[in-house]
Design a protein around this ligand. Structure first.
Ligand code: SF4
Ligand code: SF4
Length: 175
C-alpha cells in the first residue's frame, strides 16, 4: 500500500485484490520517493593523521548523554547484547535473552575484569561515525550509512552525524 497525504485528501494505491471494493475511491497515483537529501554530506576517504585520536571528539563527551537513540532508530545498526533473566517465581529457572544494544551506551564494550574499550561518549561517537562513514566503506566499497537522517532527528541533544562528517571534511581539507 502506498499512501500520500496532500491537503484535505489522502491518496492511496493498494495492491490487494481483496480491497478491490475500494477501487472507486482510488485515484490514479504513482509512488514517488525521496531522490535527494536537502543536507549535503561529505566524508573524506582518507583521514588526516591523528584525527581519530584528536580533541575533535571531546565536544561529544560533553554533549552526548549516551542514550543510544541514534542507534536504535538506525536502519543499519544491528548490534545486540545478552541479558540473563532470573525468574522470581523459581530461582532455578531463567533465560538468556538477546536485547538491542548500541556502541553509544554504557557497558557495550565492558569485558571481564572490568576493562572497557570506550568509556567516553566522544570515543563512542568517533567509533560510530567512523564505522558508518569510513571503515565500512574501506572494507566493503560503500558507506554503511544510507543517509536517512533518522539519528539526527532522534537525538535529544541535537547531535548530527551529517554536521559531524562535514566538520571532519573541512578539517581534512584545511590540512
Ligand atoms: S543517517 Fe546513517 S547513521 Fe543515521 S540513522 Fe540513517 S543510516 Fe543510520
Ligand atoms: S541520540 Fe544523541 S545523545 Fe543519544 S547517544 Fe546518540 S548522539 Fe548521544
Amino acid at each position: 500500500m502506498f499512501i500520500r497525504p496532500e491537503g484535505d485528501f489522502v491518496y492511496v494505491e493498494i495492491n490487494n485484490k481483496e480491497l478491490d471494493r475500494l477501487e472507486e475511491k482510488v485515484v490514479d497515483l504513482s509512488p514517488c520517493f525521496v531522490m535527494e537529501n536537502k543536507t549535503k554530506v561529505s566524508m573524506p576517504d582518507k583521514l588526516a593523521k591523528g584525527l581519530a585520536q584528536s580533541a575533535f571528539w571531546e565536544e561529544y563527551s560533553s554533549r552526548c548523554i549516551g542514550c543510544g537513540r541514534c542507534s536504535f532508530v538506525c536502519p543499519t545498526c544491528s548490534c545486540f547484547s545478552m541479558q540473563d533473566i532470573f525468574y522470581k517465581e523459581n530461582k532455578n529457572m531463567g533465560e538468556r535473552r538477546r536485547v538491542w544494544s548500541s556502541c553509544m551506551v554504557d557497558g557495550f564494550t565492558d569485558m571481564a575484569g572490568g576493562h572497557s574499550f570506550r568509556k567516553k561518549q566522544g570515543d563512542r561517537m568517533r567509533f560510530r561515525v567512523m564505522h558508518k562513514l569510513h571503515d565500512y566503506k574501506k572494507r566493503f566499497g560503500y558507506h554503511m550509512c544510507v543517509g536517512c537522517g533518522r539519528c539526527d532527528d532522534a537525538c535529544p541533544e541535537y547531535i548530527s552525524i551529517a554536521h559531524c562528517a562535514n566538520k571532519l571534511m573541512s578539517i581534512v581539507e584545511e590540512k
